[in-house]
Design a protein around this ligand. Sequence first.
Ligand SMILES: *[C@@H]1O[C@H](CO)[C@@H](O)[C@H](O)[C@H]1NC(C)=O
Ligand SMILES: *[C@@H]1O[C@H](CO)[C@@H](O)[C@H](O)[C@H]1NC(C)=O
Ligand SMILES: *[C@@H]1O[C@H](CO)[C@@H](O)[C@H](O)[C@H]1NC(C)=O
Ligand SMILES: *[C@@H]1O[C@H](CO)[C@@H](O)[C@H](O)[C@H]1NC(C)=O
Ligand SMILES: *[C@@H]1O[C@H](CO)[C@@H](O)[C@H](O)[C@H]1NC(C)=O
Ligand SMILES: *[C@@H]1O[C@H](CO)[C@@H](O)[C@H](O)[C@H]1NC(C)=O
Ligand SMILES: *[C@@H]1O[C@H](CO)[C@@H](O)[C@H](O)[C@H]1NC(C)=O
Length: 403
Amino acid sequence: MRASISGFLFISLSLYSHIVGDPSDRDAEGTSSESKSQLPTTLLEELQGNSAYNAIHQMFQFLNTLGSKLQDMNERLISLEDVVFPNRTENVTDSGNTKPELDISALLKTLLEEPKAKLYSEENYTGISEDYAFLTTEFEGGCLDLKDLRRKVKSVDTFGTCIRLFYGQLCIGWSLAVYPGSVNSDSVLNKKLSQVESIGPCLSDEFEHATFTDADSSIGAQVEKSSSDVPDMIEICSLEKFYKATRPLEIPKLLTHLVGPHNRIELLVALIHPTLLNITHPQTEGQMESRDFYKSLEKHPGDVLGHGIPALLGGPTNESFNIFPQKPQGREDWLNITSGIRSMIMSEQTSIKVRGTDTTGPEILAQVALNFMYHNESSSRPYVFYYWVHLRSKRLFYGRILN
Ligand SMILES: *[C@@H]1O[C@H](CO)[C@@H](O)[C@H](O)[C@H]1NC(C)=O
Ligand SMILES: *[C@@H]1O[C@H](CO)[C@@H](O)[C@H](O)[C@H]1NC(C)=O
Ligand SMILES: *[C@@H]1O[C@H](CO)[C@@H](O)[C@H](O)[C@H]1NC(C)=O
Ligand SMILES: *[C@@H]1O[C@H](CO)[C@@H](O)[C@H](O)[C@H]1NC(C)=O
Ligand SMILES: *[C@@H]1O[C@H](CO)[C@@H](O)[C@H](O)[C@H]1NC(C)=O
Ligand SMILES: *[C@@H]1O[C@H](CO)[C@@H](O)[C@H](O)[C@H]1NC(C)=O
Ligand SMILES: *[C@@H]1O[C@H](CO)[C@@H](O)[C@H](O)[C@H]1NC(C)=O
């Protein structure tokens, strides 16, 4: 497409000089109709009968009268390209000159699957830089702790992909999504994200309801999230709530939590130890459902009792801080993810034994943190929760479960 434009410009500029002549001797040249005869005949034939010809001719004269800068003229010529030569550009279809339908799934793939970025120490993509590429991070899952640019990032080029910047290391704390169409990639810090220590991929459902436009194909597609998409600023593993949690980590419970208004669950952090996985919990689900606490919580029709840290990861089934009203699909999704975590932990355990590593003492194999979000202070049913999982095998991943 670029080639086509510059090629066209070249023709246009020679046309320009042919039609209006050198401005300095235009008066001497007389009318432009005389100059027209100097055009190469084929081009002239092509132009004649083209309804845009007269318009463009008038524009040349107009521009010349005004003595407009060449740059202004170029811009107007580019916009006229399709009008003047509507059939000539048809062959360029596959390089994007005519607007093909946006391939949303390909765009999402670009945005989410292998994000990369260049982080800069100054605004406007200047200063020293550090590179990020999803497939080369220390943590499987794409989280990278910054080295040279730790706490120094001010702007980020994401090359048309989507990345998340994090306040703390290990993709913890306030996080900002940066993607084509997000605000301020040239100046990423804000009151909550006052520094950047790590970077990771965006959430898999980051753009589920977004609209995509290619208003200016030279800068690629632009993305506009809808209100039901993941907000750009979120805390996946919440430091803010972690600092507020009054209950210290309780070993052997290996769990810390924070409750909010109505004793609703706000934060859960579990350090998963292998012995926890072997505990057989008493069947208390029915009991919990009939308890006043669960009854007091807001519910949607069809809601079931959900566990933040499910029993299969050693979570307590009889504590009210571990339960909340959950939609069945969310419960299913979360059980699916946590059973995946469990089998990863189990295979980890096996590999430790095979290698003969010291296994004495409580060995933390995984950390799981949940951040529950509510619409307002009086809500007692979360509308979403974010999960963050760090396995000792250096796998780190995160996401959200809608409710
Ligand atoms: C240009 O394209 C239009 C519509 O596609 C067609 O009607 C017209 O005949 C074409 N003109 C030439 C010169 O090919
Ligand atoms: C343009 O398209 C026509 C018909 O599809 C084809 O015959 C011609 O070779 C194409 N020209 C170029 C330069 O691709
Ligand atoms: C970044 O660019 C904007 C607009 O071009 C400018 O207003 C701002 O001062 C620049 N910032 C720095 C630190 O150069
Ligand atoms: C957990 O139970 C499995 C068998 O069910 C056993 O192989 C494993 O050693 C146990 N792990 C611990 C830490 O007790
Ligand atoms: C839950 O069960 C454990 C033992 O399985 C017990 O230690 C704990 O006190 C119980 N908690 C509640 C709130 O009943
Ligand atoms: C989770 O669900 C997917 C299909 O949605 C399935 O392929 C996968 O095996 C499930 N994982 C577990 C651990 O059950
Ligand atoms: C608070 O959120 C709940 C949903 O959890 C909603 O039903 C209620 O109207 C909200 N109240 C206010 C004051 O916005």
